[in-house]
Each structure stands twice: as C-alpha cells, then as structure tokens.
Write a new protein. Sequence first.
Length: 225
Amino acid sequence: MAKPIVIHLYAGATDDRAQALAVVADIADSTKYEPVLRCLKSQRHASPYMEKYVMEALFKMGEGQFGLQRAKDRFKEMVDDPDRTTLYEGWGVGERGFGGGTTNHAWSGGGQIVLTEYLFGLKPLAPGYTTFLLQPQPAGLKSGKLTIPTVKGFITVSFNNDKQGFKLRLHIPKGCTAIVKLPKGHSIYVNKKIRANSEDDSETAGFVTFELNEGKHQVSRDLAI
C-alpha cells in the first residue's frame, strides 16, 4: 500500500528575501507592488548580502527613499563601529555573526551597485560602457556625485535636486554614448537648449529619451524628481 503524501504548509512570516527577488526577476509585476512593499516594511530576514536585492526591489518599485532608509537602519551598527571601517559578513560580530563571522566581507557592499545603477541610474548597455543608460532616481537626495572608471576614461555624473528643479552634469569619455531617460511632464533642457520629447513606446512610455555623445553636458528639468 502506498504511503500517504504529507504536505507541510508554511505558516511563518512572509519572507522579505523571496518577495524582493520576485520583483527583481519581474515575477511580481506592478500589480503586486503594494503587498510586497508591506512585506519589505515589516520583515527583516535578509542577510547583508540579500539586502542588496531588497534595496534593488524597492528602487525598482519607485520606493527609493524607503530603500535608502532601510539600508541606513540595517547597516547602522557596522557604519558606526568605532573599531572597524569595513562591513561584517553577518549582522554582528562573534556569536552574532554567521558563516565565519568575518568583519571585512565584500558581499555586504551590494548596496553600492544599487546606488550606481538606480539612484544615479548609470548602467552599462555595451562592454566597457561604450554605451550606457542614465536614468537617475534621486530618492529625495538633494545632491550626489559619482565617478566610474572605464577603458575609455572616467564617466562623471553629478546632480542637484530641489524645489527649483533637477540639474544634472555629465562627462562622457571619447568613444562613449549615453542614453538619457528622464520623466516627462516638464520642460527638459540640454546644454541650455530645450529638448523635444521622444515618442512613447512600451519601454519608454512616460519618459523623455535622448542620446548624448562625448564631452561635458548639462541637463535640467524644471521640477524636482
């Protein structure tokens, strides 16, 4: 006689790690963002490594400000450690750590990738950043500056974001092209000249999209984003 199949149903708290990965992998679309956000605001099972994906999911959902706040809360002990300038493998040292409990662990720095690719919006679209996307989400920050070394030279991005508007300065190395995407709805100026909106399509709906080539550029939008 065959043994009966026993199914054990999970009855614990909804896990923030799985929900974040569902957003990052596009398994959970925008119709699921509200319950996922509630989970990410209430559950904290993620390791320092997995916090990268939680933060990425929050930016992808348009919740960058909470993403920054959660990262500050979770990494506060490490950042405030008077004896160390590096990030732990787990959330604590010694018995409060795990996996060896090292205090200088590369996987805990994943948030820097999110800041580069989402807050500054800078992502490579071709090898060596010869073509790259620039789609910033300042997430409430008033200013920021980023420099990326490439085989073609340094890409430098800085922004100011306040009630008067959003101003972006960009240096593109020789032989590189930037694809810039900014929200529609207000006038956008490139090097002090107004830029016409691009046509909407399934990927760029709601955005002005344009190319910039090598050199220094100033881009401004008349309201903060």
